[in-house]
Design a protein around this ligand. Structure first.
Ligand SMILES: NC(=O)c1ccc[n+]([C@@H]2O[C@H](COP(=O)([O-])OP(=O)(O)OC[C@H]3O[C@@H](n4cnc5c(N)ncnc54)[C@H](OP(=O)(O)O)[C@@H]3O)[C@@H](O)[C@H]2O)c1
Length: 330
């Protein structure tokens, strides 16, 4: 049986939908009934037969930072998709980031080895790579001399745990997605950006980034899991665009004005200090820096390995906003 961690999050829930639509039985872990309720709603939203899909999931309560709660979760498991993580750029979250992303991953790997799991797929991030190459590839290794957020450090250290387990004989594969575009998680990540565009955004950051559709991420994860590919990592980034191009595309579909003015360094500094005080917006210097950078991420290794074609940028944006408009018309 397959185990999915983080099934109540953006990536994990879409992975559960993807697997159960193929009639694959999975076990998933959850922490609160509230987050389960949210995912049940997501299944209803996406499927005409949500109960049929839901019945393919065996939900067990567990916290990845609490190894005792995970013991029974591994019974009869052959493959693990590890998507659970703390995603945060708040300065006060260092401890919880390390606990969840590093210790939590180490706990799962420990149990995976104990239970002779056939394969462990770890969801990392482009944040765990360096940015000094153009384009950034899987060979652009982490460089401590670059400025990193606590989140990035935790994702890098969790990868180190995965590679160590790989060296000890556990078949592992890592994906490094760029910014993931997915619907229904409107209070996090890209969902928040859409909310801001809808309310009217005046300023745009000068940099850019890689973006990828959540359906690409989960499809790629299953393809990597099902092939004889071990001890390898893959950047998963569908397209590369400047923030203004990205924000304009969103604004156009939402029939809103795109932001007009480029964010200056001085203004960003002021927003950063406000963010430090309020815990909202630009809360860390590492986050501030990303707004002014535009690293280019190459998915060539993945494209060559899987002969993969990503969902086009326009289609992703269109889908995302379509779901958004539907959700907010209710
Ligand atoms: N979103 C992006 O743009 C992006 C980009 C690159 C990489 N990634 C990576 O992709 C993965 C999934 O991200 P996401 O966007 O799906 O995150 P998300 O929506 O915030 O979901 C995080 C998931 O992890 C679970 N979780 C957190 N702490 C846990 C703990 N102590 N024990 C058990 N479960 C725990 C959460 O459960 P609760 O519901 O109980 O909180 C939730 O299911 C992460 O590894 C992230 O680093 C994300």
């Amino acid at each position: 049986m397959i185990l999915v961690t983080g099934g109540t999050g953006l990536v994990g829930s879409h992975l559960l939908l993807y697997l159960t639509r193929k009639d694959i039985k999975v076990r998933a872990i959850y922490r609160t009934k509230n987050s389960l309720k949210k995912i049940r709603h997501l299944f209803k939203y996406y499927s005409a037969e949500p109960e049929k899909l839901w019945a393919n999931i065996e939900w067990l309560p567990a916290d990845i930072t609490d190894i005792a709660s995970l013991e029974s979760v591994f019974d009869g498991i052959s493959h693990v998709y590890h998507t659970a993580a703390k995603v945060s750029f708040k300065p006060g979250d260092k401890e919880i980031l390390m606990q969840t992303n590093v210790i939590g991953t180490a706990n799962l790997l420990h149990l995976a080895m104990d239970h002779s799991i056939q394969k462990f797929l770890h969801v990392s991030s482009i944040a765990a790579l360096g940015t000094y190459d153009n384009p950034v590839t899987e060979q652009t290794h982490w460089n401590w001399k670059e400025k990193h957020s606590d989140y990035a450090v935790s994702k890098y250290l969790s990868e180190m745990e995965v590679w160590r387990a790989g060296q000890e004989g556990l078949p592992v594969v890592i994906v490094n997605p760029s910014v993931i575009l997915g619907a229904h998680f409107w209070n996090d990540g890209i969902g928040k950006v859409i909310q801001k565009i809808r309310k009217g955004m005046l300023f745009f950051p000068p940099g850019g980034n890689g973006f990828v559709d959540v359906w690409d991420v989960v499809k790629i994860m299953t393809e990597l899991m099902n092939r004889k590919i071990n001890n390898a990592s893959f950047i998963v980034s569908g397209y590369d665009t400047s923030y203004i191009e990205f924000l304009t595309a969103l604004a156009n579909v939402l029939e809103k004005q795109p932001p007009k003015y480029k964010l200056s360094r001085l203004m960003a500094e002021i927003l950063y200090w406000i963010g430090r005080l309020t815990g909202k917006g630009i809360t860390s210097r590492a986050l501030l820096n990303t707004l002014f950078q535009h690293p280019h991420y190459s998915s060539q290794k993945l494209i060559d390995t899987l002969d993969y074609k990503f969902i086009p940028f326009e289609a992703s944006i269109h889908n995302l906003t379509r779901h958004y408009l539907k959700d907010f018309k209710k």
